[in-house]
Design a protein around this ligand. Structure first.
Ligand code: FAD
Length: 481
């Protein structure tokens, strides 16, 4: 029997259910990746993300080549491509791991239907999450809206099922029997229509494993305390790997729990706090799968004020936010980190999102889009879920009256300004006392620090206290309407 494994967001060999099943069931297996031309042309993702993906693909192709297998690739409309290749190569069955985004579900439904008409079987597998939406439900089978309830049931399910991690199939090399013409080298990032940039986080399955080892032997020991400090390497920086499936979430959770089982310096609190974050990831995947309308708009119309109307003022505030020129150093550092590296620390993501929505009163979907176009871990479920959390419109969201004070967040989580100094060089001469609110410097202080507010560094684009009051007042009016 001849099978095609359609790689998508599962660019690895270890614990890869579609690959493992194909290897167990077929005599000949062809690994295939399809560059989705309409998606590439939409520029919904940015260069950071596309460069990372290509790096992952290069490593996957090379790992397969090392076992004597040529990874095939195509470029075009994915359903057409998969149907065409299954026909050309006389495949009996196509294997893939499921994707829970609404567009991907529709794509897969069409591919399934078209292949079925040709007599080609389709086998699909759970992979991207430990538990799919249908596996973690409320008492009456309803999808869960509260993270705490979801988390409790997720753990029940974990203990009841003990998910397994599949090794790389040992005789993968048997797959090279298929007589296909050699596949050309993968296209360059420029040929795909994107700018070449070196990924800030190293791509590929081997790097994912290395990073997981580094994290579970080191920073996880103090994760509960250090994860909120943007100046230090306190979190795993594995999200792009989960996004493109160069690391299996099951393997990551077992690595963390094994670190705990070994005892020693690792505390239960640190390890379980980290696993909680992976459960948040699954929670948002579940929200997207259960309530696909969130991809298009708010989950609920909460008591939030209407966002600012389109026009020059709105545009200039949005540009100031995008370019890191708001006059709020923690916001500017975060946005510049994103623009320069494709990355932003989680705490700072929350601060800049709250600032966009509640201080600038701009629509959260503009921020959501901007993040998708710039993050190298851009993921619809996590990005949408977190933006809706910050906008107070999500299933389990921050209360509408809660508004981050950027200066207080900055003092608490970047007390000596080390993170700000890294990304806002014009504030290099400022002391830890002044770095969080440079506009409070006197003229003398500005001269001493070599930084004139309004010239070298912007004055605040809005006054936080006034903006906060306005947001709350407009929010109340919205409730009473
Ligand atoms: C406005 C906003 C937008 C975001 N957009 C994305 C996005 O597009 N893609 C993305 O992967 N994450 C997104 N996040 C979540 C979070 O910021 C990143 O997952 C995290 O910073 C990744 O860093 P890490 O791997 O070091 O995380 P760690 O702290 O080491 O956590 C481990 C893993 O848990 C998951 N995780 C952690 N925090 C969250 C969270 N809040 N929600 C969902 N999963 C989480 C990630 O997969 C992460 O790799 C967003 C957060 C906010 C506030």
């Amino acid at each position: 029997m001849r099978g095609i494994v359609w790689f998508r967001r599962d660019l690895r060999l270890h614990d890869q259910p579609a690959l493992t099943a194909a290897y167990q069931e077929c005599d000949e297996v062809i690994p295939l990746f399809v560059f989705d031309e309409p998606l590439l042309q939409s520029h919904q993702f940015g260069s950071a993300c596309v460069n990372f993906m290509l790096g992952c693909l290069e490593e996957l192709a090379s790992s397969l080549a090392g076992r004597g297998i040529m990874m095939q690739w195509r470029r075009g409309e994915p359903v057409e491509q998969i149907v065409q290749t299954a026909t050309d190569w006389k495949a009996d069955v196509v294997y893939w791991n499921r994707d829970h985004e609404p567009g991907a579900i529709e794509r897969d439904r069409l591919a399934h239907q078209r292949l079925g008409k040709l007599g080609v079987a389709v086998r699909t597998f759970k992979d991207h999450v430990v538990f799919e939406a249908s596996e973690v439900r409320g008492a009456t089978g309803e999808p869960l809206q509260r993270y705490s309830a979801y988390r409790a049931r997720w753990w029940n399910r974990w203990h009841a099922t003990t998910p397994s991690v599949q090794p790389i199939p040992t005789t993968l090399a048997n797959m090279n029997a298929v007589p296909l013409p050699p596949s050309p080298p993968l296209p360059s990032v420029s040929a795909l229509g994107y700018d070449p940039v070196s990924p800030w986080i190293e791509p590929g399955e081997r790097n994912a494993q290395k990073r997981l080892r580094w994290f579970t032997q080191g920073p996880i020991h103090s994760y509960a305390r250090t994860r909120n400090l943007p100046a230090i390497d306190g979190s795993a920086k594995l999200s792009p790997h989960f996004r493109f499936g160069t690391l299996s979430p099951r393997m990551a959770i077992y690595a963390a729990l094994n670190a705990l089982a070994k005892g020693g310096r690792v505390s239960r609190l640190d390890v379980l706090t980290w696993v909680d974050e992976l459960i948040w990831r699954e929670f948002f995947q579940q929200v997207l799968a259960s309530f696909p309308h969130v991809a298009e708009g708010p989950f609920r119309k909460a008591a939030v004020p209407p966002s600012r109307k389109p026009g020059p003022e709105r545009n200039s505030l949005f540009q100031a936010w995008c370019n890191g020129q708001t006059g709020y150093p923690i916001v500017d550092a975060g946005m510049r980190q994103l623009n320069q590296t494709g990355w932003m620390h989680n705490r700072v993501r929350m601060v800049v999102a709250s600032f966009l929505i509640k201080d600038l009163r701009l629509d959260w979907q503009s921020g959501e889009r901007y993040f998708m176009q710039h993050l190298l871990d851009a993921d619809m479920a996590a990005n949408n879920g977190n933006w809706q959390w910050c906008a107070s419109t999500g299933t389990d969201a921050m209360p509408g009256y809660r508004i981050f004070n950027p200066a207080l967040q900055s003092k608490k989580f970047d007390p000596d300004g080390a993170y700000i100094h890294r990304y806002v060089p014009e504030l290099a001469g400022l002391s830890a006392k002044r770095i969080h609110e440079p506009h409070l410097m006197t003229a003398d202080e500005q001269a001493r620090a070599g930084c004139r507010i309004g010239t070298d560094y912007p004055s605040p684009v809005v006054d936080h206290q006034l903006a906060r009051q306005e947001y709350l007042t407009l929010g109340k009016q919205e409730v009473t309407r």
